[in-house]
Design a protein around this ligand. Structure first.
Ligand code: SAM
Ligand code: SF4
Ligand code: SF4
Length: 361
């Protein structure tokens, strides 16, 4: 075992809820369900290319299939589900999926990650369907920068979307910002101040090299240490909050009581406690954000595999899991074996599942 990946003990399963653990003792607790690979933005760090190979429509799971697949995961320990994409609000009937998931008693938390453009149209409906929490991705407060980053003039609709969340009844809004050197590193204070206005916790994500067509370079990573130095220069002392198990965001407290988060995926990977699985819109299952191969659940499911067979396949897959992608990438850097993006565009065109927008971030 890697000396960087410390053995963690499986979370004890309650009598009624079996929790499967991987080779390093990491439990299976959380599922990121990508409901579509399509998106209405073209963020430079995620979808910078002019055209993409999309998942074939007939392969994309119906919402009922997604809910049934989720059921196998919840039988094996999952209790938190995050709906993502592509842009999940482009998927018609998304609130119907939320309703189906709410019928599963083992799901205690259903969250949504969205770019916010369509949120004002759907916030109320999603709240009524039983969605628990919303995270909106917001990288800048300047409309011209928003356009430069995303190639679309949708800034005003995103802000409207953010404002609609509380009106619909939600609490606990989060705003996720990818911190990029030379792009938005001069807006971190403004984003925290905006978060205060809309009662949202702002979380800064370190720029990750996911897929390959993401314009990533080491120089663009604005690290946790740099974020903290910058913010303490403005706000004064910053207190770290107690760690929260497998949660990727480390929380910090400002002297006025404001909480913000940092997700230091690149400089301080959290693979040792990672309990996340990802299922793409066409039913490919990945045990790591960086995994280059996965399990085709759709194929078995549509070929008529029984519930027991589906569960056994997922259980065996998780029990054999050794993934620790971010740690491995960091080790490559440490050893000087890393120069730029790890997966070239040709390979991405051959297998679109390797793209961040296919596997949901
Ligand atoms: N379209 C939705 C959105 O943007 O919120 C959901 C899918 S998006 C792939 C999920 C998250 O991944 C977003 O918060 C986005 O900022 C993040 N993301 C995408 N590419 C990234 C990268 N290269 N580094 C860090 N975060 C990234
Ligand atoms: Fe941007 Fe999300 Fe679309 Fe990727 S999936 S291009 S992060 S809005
Ligand atoms: Fe989990 Fe893979 Fe991310 Fe590490 S790199 S935290 S194992 S998803």
């Amino acid at each position: 075992m890697s000396d960087e990946l410390k053995m963690t003990m499986p979370v004890p399963a309650s009598a009624s809820h079996f929790v499967v653990a991987d080779v390093f003792g990491r439990p299976l607790r959380s599922l990121r369900l990508s409901v579509t690979d399509r998106c209405n933005l073209r963020c430079s760090y995620c979808m910078p290319e002019a055209d993409y190979v999309w998942l074939p429509r007939e392969d994309v799971l119906t919402l009922e299939e997604m809910a049934r697949l989720t059921g196998y995961f919840t039988d094996l320990g999952v209790d938190r589900v995050r709906l993502t994409g592509g842009e999940p609000l482009l998927r018609r009937g998304l609130s119907g999926l939320v309703r189906l998931l709410r019928q599963n008693r083992r799901v205690t938390d259903i969250a949504l990650t969205t770019n916010g453009i369509l949120l004002a149209d759907y916030a109320e409906e999603l709240y009524e369907a039983g969605l628990h929490r919303i995270t909106v991705s917001l990288d800048t407060l300047r409309p011209e920068r928003f356009h430069q980053l995303t190639r679309h003039d949708e800034f005003a609709r995103v802000i409207e979307g953010i404002e609609s969340v509380a009106r619909a009844g939600f609490t606990g809004l989060k705003l996720d910002t990818v911190a990029i050197r030379g792009f938005n590193d001069d807006e971190l204070v403004d984003l925290i101040e905006f978060g205060k206005q809309v009662q949202a916790e702002v979380r800064f994500i370190e720029y990750m090299d996911v897929g390959g067509a993401n314009e990533w370079s080491q120089e663009k990573v604005f690290s946790r240490a740099e974020i903290l130095t910058l913010l303490s220069g403005y706000y004064g002392a910053i207190e770290p909050m107690p760690e929260r198990g497998a949660a990727p965001a480390q929380q910090f407290l400002l002297s006025d009581g404001t909480i913000f988060g940092i997700i230091p995926s690149t400089t301080t990977p959290f693979c040792a406690t990672c309990d996340r699985s990802r299922v793409t819109a066409d039913g490919m299952w990945y045990r790591c954000l960086y995994a280059t191969s996965g399990t085709d659940l759709r194929k078995s499911f549509r070929a008529g595999a029984s519930d027991e067979e589906m569960r056994a396949m997922i259980q065996a897959g998780w029990e054999g899991r050794r993934d620790r992608g971010a740690e491995e990438r960091k080790a490559l850097e440490r050893d000087g074996l890393r120069v730029g993006g790890l997966i070239g565009i040709e390979k991405l065109r051959e297998d679109p599942h390797l793209e961040m927008h296919a596997r949901g971030g």
